[in-house]
Design a protein around this ligand. Structure first.
Ligand code: AMP
Length: 397
C-alpha cells in the first residue's frame, strides 16, 4: 500500500493534512521563526501541483481548551501565504458547518487553514467523535507533523482510522522516519552515538536502547560528571545526580558486556562560577578542585572524540558537550559539530537528533553539512528510545 505522498496522485482529491504550525510569535503576533511552516511547503506543493486541494490542521501554543485570540492560527495566515506564494483561506473553526462548507468549496490548487485544533480539549484526548468530524473535511489524510507524532491526539493518530486506504506520510515525516531507520536499523559500521546534555536521568532510556545498537558511545555534557563521580572521581561543584550514580555504574558495566566502546571525557574545562566571564582552567576529569564547576570537555577529550567521529560510517548526535550557550565553554560542542560535518563530507551518514544539538549545529552554520537535522524534539527522543510513535503506527496499520 502507498505510504508517502510522492507515490500518490492527488488529482481531484481534497487532502486533510496535519501540519506543525506551532511557531513562535512576537507581541504583535508576527511569526519570529518560520522554519516549521517552510518545512511543510514541499508536501503542500505536491498535493496542489497534482491538481488537489488541501485542508490544513495544526495546533498553536497551549490554549486552555477554548478559543483564545493569542493562540489563533489566523496570525499565521499572512506569513504562510507569502511562503506558499498563494492566498490561503482561513476557517474560524476546525469543525462544524462553516469548516465543512469552506472545505467542500475548495477548488484544485486551493488551500484552507483551519483554526487551532487545541481550542477543543477533545484534540489532546484523542476523542473519536471529534476525529470523525475532522475526517469529514477531506478524502485522503496526510500526516506531516513529526513534532507531535509521539502524541496519540485526534488529528495526529485517531483520525487516520477513518482513512483505511488513503493515509500517507508527508515529505517531512517520511524524511524523519527514513533518517532514524538509517541509523537504528541499517547503519553502516562503525556506528557512533554521541550523547550529551545536562542530565543522565533524561537520557537513560536512550543510552540503554543504543547499547544494543552502537559500536561507540561517546558521553559528554553535564551528565559526564555523574559518571566521573560514579567511578570515584572528584567533581567539585559540577552538575551531578547522586541518585543516578548506580545507574551510571550499571551503564559502564553493560557497555563492557555488550562490547560497546564507551568513551568518557578524560579532561574538562572548569570555571569558578556558572557564568561566561568566570575564572577558567583545565583539569583531569576525575580531579575537579573543590568549588569549581565542569563546564565543557577539555582539549584532549575534544581531539579524542573528533578522531572517533572521523572514523565512523554512521553518526547519531544528541545533546551538547558543554554549556555551549556561553562562548567560553562552547569549544567541545563546536569541535564535535565540526567533526560530524567533516565525517559527513567523507561519506558518513549523520543524524542530529533533537533539542540542543540541533541548536548547536545551526549555531555553527553546519546544518547543511550533516545528513539530517531532525525537526522533532520529544518525538525524536522517543524514537531514540526505541518506541514506535503512535502517529507513525496509525499510518502503517
Ligand atoms: P539536554 O536538554 O539534556 O540535552 O541539555 C542541554 C543543556 O545541557 C544545555 O543547555 C547545556 O548548557 C547544558 N549543559 C551541557 N553541559 C553542561 C555542564 N557541564 N554543566 C551544566 N549544564 C550543561
Amino acid at each position: 500500500m502507498t505510504k508517502t505522498v510522492d507515490q500518490y496522485n492527488f488529482k481531484g482529491k481534497r487532502a486533510l493534512v496535519r501540519v506543525d504550525f506551532n511557531v513562535p510569535l512576537d507581541e504583535n503576533y508576527s511569526v519570529t521563526d518560520d522554519t516549521r511552516i517552510r518545512a511543510s511547503i514541499p508536501t503542500i506543493n505536491k498535493i496542489l501541483h497534482d491538481g488537489g486541494s488541501a485542508v490544513l490542521m495544526s495546533h498553536l501554543g497551549r490554549p486552555k481548551g477554548g478559543p483564545e485570540d493569542k493562540y489563533s492560527l489566523r496570525h499565521i495566515v499572512k506569513c504562510f501565504s507569502e511562503l506558499l506564494g498563494r492566498n490561503v483561506k482561513f476557517g474560524n473553526d476546525c469543525i462544524g458547518e462553516e469548516a465543512k462548507l469552506l472545505a467542500s468549496a475548495l477548488k484544485p490548487g486551493e488551500v484552507l487553514l483551519l483554526e487551532n485544533l487545541r481550542f477543543y480539549k477533545e484534540e489532546e484526548k484523542g476523542d473519536e467523535e471529534f476525529s470523525k468530524k475532522l475526517s469529514g473535511l477531506g478524502n485522503v489524510y496526510v500526516n506531516d507533523a513529526f513534532g507531535t507524532a509521539h502524541r496519540a491526539h485526534a488529528s495526529t493518530t485517531i483520525v487516520a482510522k477513518f482513512f483505511p486506504q488513503d493515509k500517507l506520510f508527508g515529505f517531512l515525516m517520511a524524511g524523519e522516519i527514513e533518517s532514524i531507520h538509517k541509523v537504528l536499523h541499517e547503519a553502516k559500521k562503525p556506528l557512533t552515538a554521541i550523547i550529551g546534555g545536562a542530565k543522565v536521568s533524561s537520557k537513560i532510556p536512550i543510552i540503554e536502547f543504543l547499547l544494543d545498537k552502537t559500536d561507540n558511545l561517546i558521553i559528554g555534557g553535564g551528565m559526564a560528571y555523574t559518571f566521573a563521580k560514579a567511578m570515584g572521581g572528584k567533581i567539585g561543584k559540577s552538575l551531578v545526580e547522586d541518585e543516578f550514580l548506580k545507574t551510571a555504574q550499571q551503564i559502564i558495566l553493560k557497555a563492557e558486556e555488550k562490547k560497546v566502546n564507551l568513551f568518557l571525557p578524560s579532561d574538562t574545562v572548569i570555571s569558578d562560577d556558572f557564568n561566561n566571564n568566570a575564572r577558567r582552567d583545565i583539569c583531569k576529569m576525575e580531579a575537579v578542585p573543590d568549588g569549581w564547576i565542569g563546564m565543557d570537555i577539555g582539549p584532549m577529550t575534544r581531539e579524542k572524540y573528533a578522531g572517533i567521529i572521523g572514523n565512523s560510517k554512521t553518526i547519531l548526535w544528541n545533546g551538547p558537550m558543554g554549556v555551549f550557550e556561553m562562548s567560553n565553554f562552547e569549544e567541545g560542542t563546536k569541535a564535535v559539530a565540526l567533526a560530524v560535518a567533516q565525517a559527513t563530507e567523507g561519506g558518513a551518514y549523520s543524524l542530529i537528533g533533537g533539542g540542543d544539538s540541533v541548536a548547536a549545529i545551526n549555531k555553527y552554520g553546519l546544518g547543511d553539512k550533516v545528513s539530517y537535522v531532525s525537526t522533532g524534539g520529544g518525538a525524536m527522543l522517543e524514537c531514540l528510545e526505541g518506541k514506535v510513535l503512535p502517529g507513525v503506527k496509525a499510518i502503517l496499520e
